[in-house]
Write a protein that binds this ligand. Structure first.
Ligand code: LMR
Length: 320
């Protein structure tokens, strides 16, 4: 059986980390693409030379030509500009929308059968725009954010309770912005609802609220610490778990920015929802019961995403 092909559009810090993870896991052969000449080729050469040490068989190549992504099974898009301290993800809309146009056209022309995972910010608007520009079916284009946001929530909870991260099942819905909705009613510690577990451990409701707030601002905290750039290890590992779910037809239920049309009262919007990922791409959006407060928080978050889509349409008339 031919090896799978993974194309990484954008060869910066996340792209390089993605390539390393995909190679270590022998997910397939890897093409690192970037418009910067030499950079993807240099990273590909460096990463290839990890192979003998780490014992992986993966052909890793660098390219500046979309023709080289032809036949890709999975494409992960990180192209675009990261935010700087003091900026919001939304401040990147204008610049990254232009990047999505070029990437979407590149995918349409060279790899229209791929499953495409977008990481570029502002995430929910960029995955929507990438889908529009590429013309791929909605189930083959998805955004990575919920896995990352839930991982952040789980990490902070595990630290607070001094338990293994493996036992924390955290749940975040909505857009990948400061209005995202960490949902405590669906968050459990090895099956025990988090609010009950907090009582057992003597952790106050205010403290859980602080953790929710830290989760919402989790990306910005790292941007502030790094000073120049944004998170890359956890975003990369989150996208790899989504790619593995697709390639292995795992039917995992992962929180992702999926196309929601009808469920959650939404009308054709990409936003973070629990999604079954298997060989059919995003096979099903799972609609869960929410309390009135959770519903109204989700509405604030989805309204913010809708505003960004309007801004995209204003910037590029082909989207209107
Ligand atoms: C993240 O959450 O780490 C990314 O969306 C990058 C950012 O700007 O926060």
């Amino acid at each position: 059986m031919a090896r799978k092909k993974i194309a990484l559009i954008g060869s910066g810090m996340i792209g390089g980390t993605l390539a390393h993870l995909a190679a270590k896991k022998e997910m397939g052969d890897i093409v690192l693409f970037d418009i910067a000449e030499g950079m993807p080729q240099g990273k590909a050469l460096d990463l290839s030379q990890c192979g003998p040490v780490e014992g992986f068989d993966a052909k890793i190549t660098g390219s500046n030509d979309y023709a080289d992504i032809a036949g890709a099974d999975v494409i992960i898009v990180t192209a675009g500009v990261p935010r700087k301290p003091g900026m919001s993800r939304d401040d990147l809309l204008g610049i990254n929308l232009k990047v999505m146009k070029a990437v979407g056209e590149g995918i349409k022309n060279s790899a229209p059968d791929a499953f495409v995972i977008c990481i570029t910010n502002p995430l929910d608007a960029m995955v929507w725009a990438l889908r529009e520009f590429s013309g791929l079916p909605h189930n083959k284009v998805v955004g990575m954010a919920g896995v990352l946001d839930s991982a952040r929530f789980a990490t902070f909870l595990a630290w607070e309770f001094d338990v293994s991260v493996k036992d924390v099942n955290a749940f975040v819905l909505g857009g990948h912005g400061d209005t995202m909705v960490p949902v405590t009613s669906y968050t459990t510690i090895n099956g025990i609802p988090v609010d009950d577990f907090a009582k057992i451990k003597g952790v106050s409701a205010d403290r859980i609220d602080e953790i929710v707030d830290r989760t919402r601002k989790g990306g910005g905290e790292i941007v502030g610490l790094l000073g120049n750039g944004s998170a890359y290890y956890a975003p990369a590992t989150s996208a790899i778990s989504m790619a593995e779910a697709y390639l292995g037809d795992q039917k995992r239920i992962l929180p992702c920015a999926s196309y929601v049309d009808g469920k959650y009262g939404l009308d054709g919007l990409y936003v973070g929802v629990p999604t079954v990922i298997g060989a059919g791409g995003t096979e099903e959006v799972i609609e869960i019961e929410l309390s009135d407060e959770e519903k109204s928080n989700l509405k604030v978050s989805t309204d913010a995403v809708e505003e960004l889509l309007e801004a995209c349409k204003g910037l590029d008339s082909s989207l209107a």
